[in-house]
Design a protein around this ligand. Structure first.
Ligand code: PLP
Length: 342
């Protein structure tokens, strides 16, 4: 196997990994020292992260027993696949989608089956039914909105999937705050659905490494069995509880990002680029007139790093740009304009 890589280049404008362009709220950053001093460092953490689960449960109007927290939503996905993947089990994805599903599934020894999307990268519910009926996956992943396309998954697709599901349905909502609907409201004790969220994108805390999943109690209990004891350190639990006081403030930034996203989409379309309408904080695009690698290098030469997806299966010619600050987006658009043939 080979690893998962997200190449980093040291340039002034980094629009390649879908982080928030803003730092977390200043008051939270200032409280970090006091939080660190309040920790009983000689003691193991609260293994169940009780208070943190309660705080997250309040945010979504669910029970604390329906919440499992881990070190980033990638670790949530890993824990789900440790519990429900593994040798002899099948994991289904609909490509192109977030590459970690297949990567982690393979690491656990599971077999991955890839459903296909239409040419415009939307997903046909008939394909969902075909994949599930044929392969009976133990775990099926839907990413809403989907990374790397940015497309919002229609609610009907998830309903179709839940109708036929043979195992666990994981809806990865790393970008939910930028979208117009969330699967969170579908979570209930009698449905095999788990919805994952992260502090890394909207909440400006990629460095903290916190993500969580909301699902039925029996599923959450399975994850607690698969997770390592004390996987979530005391400082992180306390710092995350403190961060949750600022979610309103951080969600306000979502409106700004959405406005900038509309600006990017409109200006890129006016440059004759093919642009996928995004429900996220990034935009997938393609030039029919220009080779993707050449375009990526030309934009990089002007100090702007975007993600080159052109070598990924089904994404020939595609690049992906994260929505940045107003000035970063201006720099990107200027670099793009200068790099396209007249
Ligand atoms: C960024 C991303 C994640 C990873 O989030 P962490 O919480 O930082 O591990 C998960 N899923 C998708 C689709 C992402 O784009």
């Amino acid at each position: 196997m080979s690893g998962y890589h997200s190449p980093q280049v040291d340039v002034p404008v980094r629009l390649n990994t879908n982080e928030s362009p803003f730092p977390p709220p200043t008051d939270w950053v200032k409280s970090i020292g006091a939080i660190a001093e309040s920790i009983d460092w000689n003691r193991y953490p609260d293994r169940a992260a009780t208070e943190l689960c309660e705080a997250i449960a309040r945010r979504h109007g669910v029970a604390p027993e329906q919440v499992f927290v881990a070190n980033g939503s990638n670790e949530v996905i890993q824990t789900i696949l440790l519990a429900y993947g593994g040798h002899g089990r099948i994991v289904a994805t609909f490509e192109p989608t977030y590459q970690m599903y297949a990567q982690i599934a393979h690491v656990t020894g599971a077999e991955v089956v890839e459903g296909e999307r239409r040419a415009d990268l939307t997903l046909d519910p008939i394909e969902i039914e075909r994949v599930v009926a044929r392969h009976q996956p133990a775990v099926t992943f839907l990413c809403n909105p989907n990374n790397p396309t940015g497309l919002v998954e229609p609610r009907e697709n998830l309903e179709a999937l839940l109708e036929v599901a043979s195992g666990i349905v994981v809806v990865d909502e790393a970008y939910a705050e930028f979208s117009d609907w969330s699967a969170m409201e579908l979570v209930s004790e009698d449905k095999p659905i788990a919805v994952t969220r992260t502090f890394s994108k909207t909440l400006s805390m990629a460095a903290l490494r916190v993500g969580y999943v909301v699902g039925p109690t029996w599923l959450i209990n399975d994850l607690r069995i698969a997770a390592l004891p004390y996987h979530l350190d005391s400082f992180k639990q306390a710092a995350t509880i403190a961060a949750l006081q600022y979610t309103k403030e951080m969600e306000e930034r979502v409106e700004f990002i959405k406005a900038q996203r509309a600006r990017l989409e409109a200006e890129m379309r006016s440059l004759d680029l093919e642009v996928w309408t995004s429900g996220s904080n990034f935009v997938l695009f393609r030039s029919s007139a220009h080779d993707a690698k050449t375009l990526w290098s030309a934009v990089l030469a002007q100090g702007v790093l975007v993600r080159d997806c052109s070598s990924w299966p089904r994404l020939e010619g595609c690049l992906r740009v994260t929505v940045g600050t107003e000035s970063e987006n201006t720099a990107f658009l200027a670099a793009l304009r200068a790099s396209l043939p007249a």
